[in-house]
Design a protein around this ligand. Structure first.
Ligand code: AHG
Ligand code: MN
Ligand code: MN
Length: 330
């Protein structure tokens, strides 16, 4: 039965054949993302055996330690678009400025944003990390890319998703048609379709937040977490917090519930970055029937003013998120 499953590539090509005008660029872009993530996943699995564990010694432009694997994954992903003409510009967590792929890429139709390794502090303790990405089409591909091509709200995304490097390597892809998951078969390296049309339950059994930050929050997030502790948001919930957004989100997608990373007093934007963390996962959540809010509005409607801008995030089942937003507002 296993060998009857669709591979990701087959699924992409089938989808392309239903769009008669398609020139195959979007399909090729997805295939390159999958290929980059296979390389990153293989490195994650063997990092402890070689020299890719630990800090690179550099401090990134966000002020965080850059892990060796962050740097490797960033470069592997970006170079998958050199000399392909597929992406006009690439925004990565690990690059202060957008990357313009080598070769004739100026007039490429797409822009890609990514977090090469999300949850990188979990690598050294062998806990799940992942790669998050989004794809948008440029309004005007006949000219060189400009900053305004990158700073658009997530309502313009064509596709988004992530790859989890966990007990299994799983590729979750959201497009206009819905959300599917592909599990990597370690025998062949192929991503095989394992979940079609994923839906987040409206309410779920888990809330996920770094409660050690309670003392740093304003009244709104404190009120919300008090309510979550007391069963005041849907059913009585238990708590799980992995510390890799991508893994905490994946559990939320599969089992339901809510993930929160609120802003803090004096740091109202919180920690999670819009273009390559919040917006792609918000796109996945909405395509799966869930919701994602800043606490004040839809994450997908936020147009960032700069590429590394952050946002508070409340993401998960539609009813759990609606309740959370109501409680946050008092
Ligand atoms: P990254 O590894 O890409 O820098 O992201 C880390 C993020 C995110 O994955 C996670 O949800 C969050 O940091 C955890 O932050 P705290 O340690 O503050 O809870
Ligand atoms: Mn991250
Ligand atoms: Mn990262």
């Amino acid at each position: 039965m296993d060998n009857m499953r669709f591979t990701l590539t087959h699924h992409i090509l089938r989808h392309q054949s239903t769009h008669p005008g398609a020139r195959g660029e979007f399909s090729a872009l997805l295939v390159q993302i999958a290929s980059a993530c296979k390389v990153i996943g293989a490195q994650c699995r063997t990092a402890g055996l070689g020299s890719l564990m630990g800090n690179s010694g550099a401090v990134g432009h966000h002020g965080d330690e850059v892990k060796r694997l962050d740097k490797f994954a960033n470069d592997a992903f970006a170079h998958h678009f050199d000399h392909t003409g597929l992406a006009a510009a690439i925004v990565s967590e690990e690059m202060e400025e957008p990357y313009l792929p080598a070769g004739e890429s100026e007039k490429a139709r797409y822009v890609v944003c990514y977090d090469p390794i999300d949850g990188s502090s979990n690598i050294e303790v062998d806990v799940t990390v992942g790669t998050i990405f989004s794809i948008q089409e440029r309004a005007d591909p006949s000219r060189a890319p400009r900053m305004e091509d990158l700073l658009r709200p997530g309502t313009h995304l064509l596709a988004a998703g992530y790859v989890l490097y966990g007990p299994a390597t799983v590729f979750v892809l959201a497009t206009g048609t819905g959300v599917d998951a592909y599990t990597q078969d370690p025998r062949t390296g192929d991503f095989l379709l394992t979940e079609h049309g994923m839906r987040i339950p409206g309410r779920g059994p888990v809330y996920s937040v770094n409660e050690a930050n309670y003392r740093k929050w304003d009244a709104g997030p404190r009120r919300l977490v008090d309510a979550l502790r007391q069963g005041g948001v849907g059913e009585m919930k238990t708590t799980r917090y992995i510390g890799s957004l991508v893994a905490d989100f994946h559990r939320t997608l599969v089992k339901g519930g809510i993930f929160c990373y609120p802003g803090e007093t004096g740091k109202p934007e919180g920690k999670i970055r819009i273009l390559y963390e919040a917006a792609p996962l918000a796109f996945v959540a909405e395509r799966a029937g869930g919701a994602a809010s800043t606490g004040k509005g839809r994450i997908l409607e936020v147009a960032p003013r700069e590429v590394h801008q952050r946002t508070p995030i409340f993401i998960g089942g539609a009813e759990d998120v609606a309740d959370a937003v109501r409680i946050l507002g008092g």
